[in-house]
Design a protein around this ligand. Structure first.
Ligand SMILES: [Zn+2]
Length: 420
């Protein structure tokens, strides 16, 4: 069945914005993006955008907000692990469901989620969020990683919207052998890389802030993080963060065609630094934008993330054209899709692509009436402005109707248990 929506603006991302235009889809795929209103029209002050693609999340940490705020990275991580231990799997699903709801309500239609328990897959399937769920593995021995992966995977729903991947957590918690095993599986693989100075200090010298969490770590390698993974870096290893890179390391990531998930709010709030996103893009690296999770950032809000990316890049480079509004909207949509290897399917509004889209209202914002729709969306966008989110042609969030009251209450009960 053909469906269509129209609004004051359509921003396809891979082409110029269209005034008073519509997007039509059939059987989950876009069939038309063109000028003209249709019966379901969202008004002058609304914009239709491709669904936001979140290149890095942990839905299962949706209610971990504020835990260990201001602590050094190592003790922040230890607090986080200790509290996670009191949760049951049902608690984890309840929390992940909350994260999936927050994502859809913010305009996110696809998320690349690193999942400790696999609960994110249940949540995404239930709420209709497209997700690659990378099951987290840890340690030095690939046999332990394999056992954990197989146990977690056996319990998961795999459906049209959910793809299962694997996440060797980080070079300081997994050996090179574990990375090699993960990459041999033929599923999507994602890791955390070069997030903090502490990571390099541990790997090179066995010292620094991560030493506080030494019981969870693999032994130092005597090399920096990027060099530690040199043999396994490639286009099939999504790397979140990539903050503490020197020039040679930027070149090494570009050379190996490593996709990067840039998470500027998380990196800022944990005191890790500002990633060299301009240098990475200039070097030809596929960069996407990720919100990370409320364990380190306040929300799964991609609009705040876009603004943080813009502010951080301009501040770091000391020039206002270091990154434009169009650049960061691209990062959060087509850039993320390309980083996940899904650039042909997702990330822009074009015939043939999956019908993943979101409708943003700017009513009452300082950008209304709209002058430049891309600038207005990036600076004026917020979850409270999201009117509707469509994934694979189906409405998964409608501002007037979707309340998710039970989702909220079961997630907050799980948080209460962690705080007890
Ligand atoms: Zn992460």
């Amino acid at each position: 069945m053909r469906q269509a929506v129209s609004a004051g603006w359509v921003i396809p991302v891979d082409g110029p914005p269209l005034r008073d235009a519509h997007v039509a889809w059939e059987d989950g795929r876009i069939v038309e993006v063109a000028p003209g209103r249709v019966a379901r029209h969202f008004g002058e002050d609304a914009l239709i955008l491709p669904g936001i693609v979140n290149a890095h999340s942990h839905l299962e940490y949706s209610v971990y907000a504020g835990f260990g705020d201001g602590e050094p990275f190592g003790s922040w991580l230890a607090t986080h692990i200790a509290r996670k231990r009191v949760l049951t799997r049902d608690d984890m699903v309840a929390i992940a469901r909350h994260g999936a709801a927050q994502s859809l309500g913010a305009g996110i239609t696809t998320t690349a989620d690193y999942s400790f328990s696999g609960a994110a897959a249940d949540a995404a399937a239930e709420l209709g969020l497209r997700a690659i769920v990378y099951l987290e593995v840890f340690g030095a021995d690939p046999r332990d990683a394999e056992q954990r992966f197989l146990e977690l995977r056996a319990a998961l729903p795999e459906g049209e919207l959910v793809t299962v991947g694997v996440s060797p957590h980080a070079p300081y918690t997994c050996s090179a052998e574990v990375y090699e095993w993960c990459l041999s599986l033929g599923v999507p693989v994602g890791t955390h890389l070069a997030e903090s100075d502490g990571e390099n200090e541990w790997l090179e010298h066995g010292t620094g802030s991560l030493a506080a969490a030494a019981e969870y770590l693999v032994p130092p390698t005597g090399r920096r993080a990027v060099d530690t993974l040199a043999d396994v870096l490639g286009p099939g290893l999504l790397c979140a963060h990539c903050v503490t890179l020197d020039e040679d390391e930027v070149a090494a990531l570009a050379q190996a065609d490593v996709p990067v998930a840039h998470c500027p709010r998380s990196n800022a709030l944990l005191g890790c630094g500002i990633a060299p996103v301009v240098a990475l893009r200039d070097a030809g690296v596929r960069v996407g934008l990720g919100t990370d999770s409320p364990a380190s950032t306040p929300s799964f809000d991609p609009w705040d993330e876009m603004r943080a990316s813009l502010g951080g890049a301009r501040a770091r480079e000391r020039r206002p054209d270091a990154l434009t509004a169009a650049d960061v909207l691209h990062l959060a949509t087509l850039g993320s899709a390309a980083a996940l290897g899904l650039g042909d399917e997702l990330g822009s509004l074009a015939p043939g692509k999956r019908a993943d889209l979101t409708v943003l209202s700017l009513a009452g914002s300082p950008y209304d009436p709209v002058e430049d729709p891309v600038v207005a969306a990036v600076f004026g966008g917020s979850p409270s402005g999201i009117l509707e989110t469509v994934v694979d042609g189906k409405t998964r969030y409608l501002q007037e109707e979707t309340a998710w009251q039970e989702v909220r209450s079961t997630a907050s009960a799980a948080r209460r248990r962690m705080l007890a």
